[in-house]
Design a protein around this ligand. Structure first.
Ligand code: 6GU
Length: 248
């Protein structure tokens, strides 16, 4: 997968050199290209923003600069004809595991994280007529800019790319992954030693009885979801619930 990111803070993305995403890049599974938005300005001050029409607080990012930057990146097309454009904004549709799976199937993603009050709305409209454009939010809170949201999205998508995770099973067991764990939070996990500061690992996990262990894990997931995210329980597929689930 190829990922382009246009930002006034390309240095914000240094964490993409590290850990899982960093390894995926080293191994050529993920190619990330960072671009400084200000490279497309023409004035001495490298201005990227201006006051909002209609008044109000803050500044809005200028459409011409973004237009030139996006055009230049799109023109660097490789095997993929055009990118899917992702505009991080608190007013976008929620980014979920489902969205991550959808993005992971794309050969090319282009992120346009904004600062200030966002980008002039004509930019998303203009590219929406030429590319697939998604305005996405990573949650109901406001960040100072879209850069941290891009880090979140690239990590969630990157770990889904074939060959990135050592164990493909761990993706299937994720909270929110489609399948038996859909809309369930994962339960508690344990490793050695069997007793730590007087606290024992649940005996069932040491029993070697795979059927009972699977049942126990599912019960724990159901209980945890009821306690921490009761609104998710309403979204559980009734057809996916068995008679033992109903006892919880
Ligand atoms: Cl994508 N951007 C900003 N600035 N704030 C956010 C967000 C994005 N998602 C949640 N809050």
């Amino acid at each position: 997968m190829r990922v382009d990111i246009i930002s006034i803070f390309p240095e914000y993305f240094a964490p993409l050199d590290v850990s899982l995403v960093g390894k995926a890049r080293e191994r050529g599974i993920l190619e990330i290209r960072l671009h400084q938005l200000r490279d497309w300005t023409r004035d001495v001050h490298k201005t990227v923003d201006d006051t909002p029409y209609g008044g109000g607080p803050g500044m809005v990012m200028k459409p011409e600069i973004w237009g030139e930057a996006i055009d230049a990146v799109i023109a660097q097309a490789g095997p993929a004809a055009s990118p899917r454009m992702i505009v991080p904004t608190p007013s976008g549709r929620p980014f979920t595991q489902e969205t991550a799976i959808e993005f992971a199937e794309e050969p090319w993603l282009l992120f346009t994280p904004a600062r200030y009050e966002g980008i002039d709305s004509r930019v998303a409209a203009e590219y929406g007529s030429r590319l697939r454009v998604d305005e996405v939010s990573i949650g109901d809170y406001v960040l100072a800019g879209g850069e941290a949201a891009v880090l979140v999205i690239v990590e969630a998508v990157g770990r889904l790319l074939p060959g990135v995770l050592g164990n493909a099973r761990s993706v299937a067991d994720d909270s929110f992954a489609p399948g038996p764990m859909a809309n369930l939070l994962e339960g508690p996990v344990y490793t050695k030693p069997p007793v730590w500061r007087g606290r024992e690992v649940p005996e069932i996990l040491l029993s070697g009885h795979h059927g009972k262990i699977a049942r126990w894990r599912r019960d724990q997931a159901l209980r945890r979801t009821l306690e921490k995210r009761p609104e998710l329980v309403a979204r559980l597929d009734p057809a996916g619930l068995d008679k033992d689930d109903r006892k919880i």
